[in-house]
Design a binder for this molecule. Structure first.
Ligand code: NDP
Length: 507
């Protein structure tokens, strides 16, 4: 301690620092001395304060909380964290998909809804969205889709042309596009939206039976949304409206809650289900698979350090625990690899050792050196046990953690994901039965509002897709588009198009 009882300023190696004000110079006018290592270290640290931002879901808001199980789903799963009465510490991170780290919060976009449960059997991550479906069903399309949401390589601007070109050529996106352009595409805060596991997962019980499962998290704060006009006002005043809302609520002692529910499908029902239950562009109708109450989670503690606990948080669908597993969903299978791989790139090979990612239960493994390995040899509990099998009390496998065999059928082949799928019926139910007339009007104008500079043939192609959902859908958007045109807001040549590669209207 220094004389005034404040802690000593030290180097990162712990030695006291004589000055944090004046550089070490040869004479008052300089130049600097190379040996002023603390100055060099300070500059070097500043240069390294940013890590690569996430390619998607860069802008986020998060908090710690607790999952409490009030229902009884023990007949479906042996997961300890899901047994009646269980309480599990957790972390939630919400995000927009397309915007960069500094993007405004109140922008129309899908929201990420990522949950990490620190269970006694290891971390269980559920990395979902605020929507029950997604834009694509085959992972080959994931990178292409994301490219349409990010910046154009030449203009470095977001490109509605790219978005609608891709969507109009990808009918499987209709369901998600409709939800995105509806009221739910612009919640007023992370607390006023649902979360969905989106993919089909599975659960397995003590008897080795498997069930297919959808996860739902229903906001107890109620759904609240901005219109585009309201969001413009908000963004004009603050770009951090979500962070402010979440921070002020939790620091003020008002803890947001979400009710947890699951839909369950017996394993063999998947073979007779009229749609592919592993298709990420589809929901399971509530009438056929009624949601079952499981419990709720509450967020009650903001991070002490945003960077350490939220920017460093690494969620991955690869993190499951005994009693919970994946499904054949092709998008989920791809994310099992790609999310963990993104973290290895962004945070370092041993990113699970960062405190916010570290399991609360003991972990013992044989992964050895590499970036961020701060545990060294003790990961196995014994420095002589750094390979397996060994005679030195190294960790051994746990056969009871083996999930039941996964039934797989069919020839390894490439199956055309664009044919043989009904991309319209579920969107039609949403449009006809769920959306109220006033919300439909907002849906129409929200869509037409994004077409200000999209080439006409792309808009027409998309209108053709809306028509296949419902003639009123096409007619409504067309009318809203005509209005935009009449008001002079349609200038399809505003965006520069490379004259050597004009758009091709052919299918
Ligand atoms: P239901 O009538 O039983 O369910 C309709 C569901 O739609 C509601 O439970 C609610 O889901 C959700 N919803 C309500 N208002 C809106 C809105 N303004 N925008 C978007 N979603 C809304 O019918 P189905 O289960 O047969 O589903 C019908 C359609 O509803 C689906 O095709 C899908 O588009 C949409 N939907 C269905 C969900 C599902 O898991 N079955 C989930 C979300 C949407 P919630 O209770 O999750 O808020």
């Amino acid at each position: 301690m220094s004389e005034n009882k404040r802690p000593n300023l030290t180097t990162s190696a712990g030695a006291p620092v004589p000055s944090n004000q004046d550089s070490l110079t040869a004479g008052e006018r300089g130049p600097l001395l190379m040996q002023d290592y603390q100055l060099i270290e300070k500059l070097a640290h500043q240069n390294r304060e940013r890590i690569p931002e996430r390619t998607v879901h860069a802008k986020g808001w998060g908090a710690h909380g607790t999952l409490k199980i009030t229902g009884d789903i023990s007949r479906y799963t042996k997961a300890k964290a899901l047994q009646p009465g269980a309480e599990t510490p957790m972390l939630a991170r919400f995000s927009t998909v397309a915007g960069e780290l500094g993007a405004a919060d109140a922008e129309r976009d899908v929201r990420g809804f990522a949950l990490k449960f620190y269970t006694e059997d290891g971390n269980w991550d559920l990395v979902g969205n605020n929507t029950p479906v997604f834009f694509v069903r085959d992972p080959y399309k994931f990178a292409d889709f994301i490219h349409t949401q990010k910046r154009h390589p030449k203009t470095n601007m977001r490109s509605p042309t790219a978005m609608w070109d891709f969507w109009s050529l990808s009918p499987e996106s209709l369901h998600q596009v409709t939800i995105l352009m509806s009221d739910r595409g612009l919640p007023v805060s992370p607390m006023h939206m649902n979360g969905y596991g989106s993919h089909t997962y599975s659960m397995w019980n003590d008897q080795g039976e498997r069930f297919w499962v959808k996860f739902h998290f229903k906001t107890e704060q109620g759904h609240k949304h901005y219109t585009n006009a309201e969001a413009e006002q908000v963004v004009g005043k603050t770009r951090e409206s979500y962070q402010e809302a979440l921070y002020n609520a939790i620091e003020g002692g008002t803890y947001p809650r979400w009710k947890m529910q699951i839909q369950v499908m017996p394993e063999m029902d998947a073979e007779t289900c009229p749609f592919n239950p592993f298709d990420l562009t589809k929901v399971w109708p509530h009438g056929d698979y009624p949601p079952i109450d499981v419990g709720y989670f509450e967020l009650n503690r903001m991070p002490e350090n945003y960077f350490a606990e939220i920017e460093n948080a690494a969620f991955s669908p690869s993190n499951i625990v005994p009693g919970i597993s994946w499904s054949p969903d092709k998008m989920l299978q791809a994310r099992i690899f790609s999310y963990a791989d993104a973290h290895r790139h962004r945070l370092g090979t041993h990113y699970e050792q960062i405190p916010v990612n570290r399991p609360h239960c003991p972990m013992h493994h044989y992964h050895k050196d590499g970036e961020m390995n701060v545990y060294g040899g003790i990961a196995t509990g014994n420095p002589n046990a750094y390979y397996e099998p060994n005679s030195f009390n190294g960790p051994v496998e746990v056969p009871a953690a083996q999930e039941p065999p996964l039934r797989i059928d069919g020839n390894a082949n490439r199956y055309d994901h664009r044919t043989g799928h009904d991309d319209y019926s579920q969107v039609r139910v949403l449009f006809e039965k769920v959306l109220e007339p006033d919300e439909k009007e907002r849906l129409f104008s929200n869509i037409a509002g994004t077409w200000a500079d999209v080439p006409e043939f792309i808009c027409e192609r998309q209108l053709g897709e809306f028509k296949k959902v419902h003639p009123d859908y096409e007619a409504g958007v067309r009318k809203a588009w005509e209005k935009v045109k009449a008001e002079g807001g349609y200038q399809p040549n505003a965006q520069p198009v490379d004259e050597n590669t004009p758009p091709v209207a052919a299918e």
